[in-house]
Design a protein around this ligand. Structure first.
Ligand code: ADP
Length: 206
């Protein structure tokens, strides 16, 4: 099963590939790729396609992705979507679904600006209002330190939303033309949205 997520994954036995997480790992390891990506990310802009596409393809090549993957945050513009199509076509693969999680813009800002992430594991995610950790600043799961991403501050979030509208939104029509888009109302709790998303996915094997 190959899925593109245009928002949170769980329960599928396929790796979750987040280009944002891959960039942040490169930044914390101080790699040349991380150094290049950082200035774009801090400004709320997209990292150039040349590096992004290569990084995503590299990740899809890894053994754990042989039976499928869930792409989170990639593709994020038409150039990336077309590159992904080419990449898959070369391998005689196709996407199964593109999940479009619909959330009012005010809610997006609230969700992102309140997000707190564990330094040990970026999948340990909390929220200052909706999902408070038991002890402030401490991860319930592993005791790691919780922090707010630099680009999750409100003014950068507004810029990211602008970029979303101009660059990312057009890929929804692109995938509608391929009849792949599954629209999910994404208000409500994480578990509920996950349930809705799972129920809406086409039932197809890897
Ligand atoms: P979120 O999960 O909050 O939507 P991400 O972690 O996916 O945010 O992305 C954070 C930043 O990383 C983006 O604002 C952008 O600068 C960069 N980034 C992530 N994925 C891509 C991509 N596919 N193309 C270009 N830049 C990307």
């Amino acid at each position: 099963m190959r899925i593109v997520l245009v928002g949170p994954p769980k329960n599928l036995e396929i790796p979750h590939i987040s280009t944002g997480d891959l960039f942040r790992a490169n930044i914390s390891q101080g790699t040349p790729l991380g150094r290049e990506a950082k200035s774009y990310m801090d400004a709320g802009n997209l990292v150039p396609d040349s590096v992004t596409i290569a990084m995503a393809e590299d990740r899809m090549e890894q053994a754990d992705a042989a039976n499928g993957f869930l792409l989170d945050g990639f593709p994020r513009n038409l150039g990336q979507a077309k590159a992904l199509d080419e990449y898959l076509k070369d391998k005689h693969l196709t996407l199964d679904a593109v999940l479009d999680l619909e959330v009012p813009e005010d809610e997006v800002v609230k969700r992102i600006a309140g997000r707190r992430i564990c330094r040990n594991d970026s999948s340990h995610v909390f929220h200052a209002e909706y999902n408070k950790p038991k002890a402030e600043g401490v991860c319930d799961t592993c005791g790691g330190e919780l922090y707010q991403r630099d680009d999750d501050r409100e003014e950068t979030v507004r810029k990211r939303l602008e970029v979303y509208h101009t660059e990312t939104e057009p890929i929804i029509d692109y995938y509608k033309a391929q009849d792949l888009v599954v629209t999910i109302p994404a208000m409500g709790k994480v578990d509920e949205v996950t349930k809705r998303s799972m129920a809406a996915l086409p039932s197809r094997d890897a």
